[in-house]
Design a protein around this ligand. Structure first.
Ligand SMILES: CC(C)(COP(=O)(O)OP(=O)(O)OC[C@H]1O[C@@H](n2cnc3c(N)ncnc32)[C@H](O)[C@@H]1OP(=O)(O)O)[C@@H](O)C(=O)NCCC(=O)NCCS
Length: 151
């Protein structure tokens, strides 16, 4: 397995995985193309804040992805470029799961975020994926609170 940071050459593959992440059936190529155009516009405005890591085996197709959003934090005296990071949209093709690809992607995204100075790396996990994050050192925190949209 090869994990690397994705770039705009990967847009169609990323668009396909993001479509698959919302519905189980293979999306129509036109739907992927239309979404790829939207994703291109969205990402071009966020290249610096949203990084993606992609996994491949021998072939060029992307088998999985993990995004990380870098969030600037309010500065403190002497520390003006503080960052947090949030892991998002982690997805591995169903046929490729259970071989460490998801873990490798999350680890790569987390390590990069920390290298870039992130003080915290968070994730809002799906229920089934919680063990993946726990094995990589993510843990619940009493101090990290969230409020649902309608309390
Ligand atoms: C969660 C996900 C990214 C894991 O990818 P993966 O390549 O299978 O991950 P790994 O091989 O590193 O780890 C496997 C672990 O994933 C978890 N898992 C969750 N759903 C799974 C599935 N459908 N098949 C296999 N493992 C799954 C299990 O805890 C498994 O642990 P185990 O090895 O003890 O059984 C992948 O199942 C997926 O894309 N799920 C749908 C999207 C999702 O839930 N994303 C996370 C939300 S941020």
């Amino acid at each position: 397995m090869r994990i690397s940071q994705g770039n705009t050459d990967d847009i169609t593959g990323l668009a396909r995985l993001l479509c698959l992440n919302t519905r189980p059936e293979e999306p129509a190529p036109e739907a992927v193309d239309a979404f790829a155009a939207e994703l291109t516009t969205w990402w071009s405005a966020r290249q610096d804040s949203h990084l993606v890591f992609v996994a491949r085996l021998a072939r060029p197709e992307i088998l999985g992805m993990a995004w990380v959003a870098l969030i600037p934090r309010v500065p403190r005296p002497g520390a003006t470029s503080r960052l947090s990071a949030d892991i998002q949209s982690v997805f591995v093709l169903p046929t490729q799961r259970g071989h460490g690809i998801g873990s490798g992607l999350v680890e790569a995204a987390t390590v990069r975020a920390i290298e870039l100075g992130a003080l915290h790396v968070t994730v809002h996990s799906g229920r089934q994926a919680v063990p993946v994050y726990e094995r990589l050192g993510f843990a619940s925190s009493r101090q990290l609170l969230q409020r649902p949209p309608r309390p």
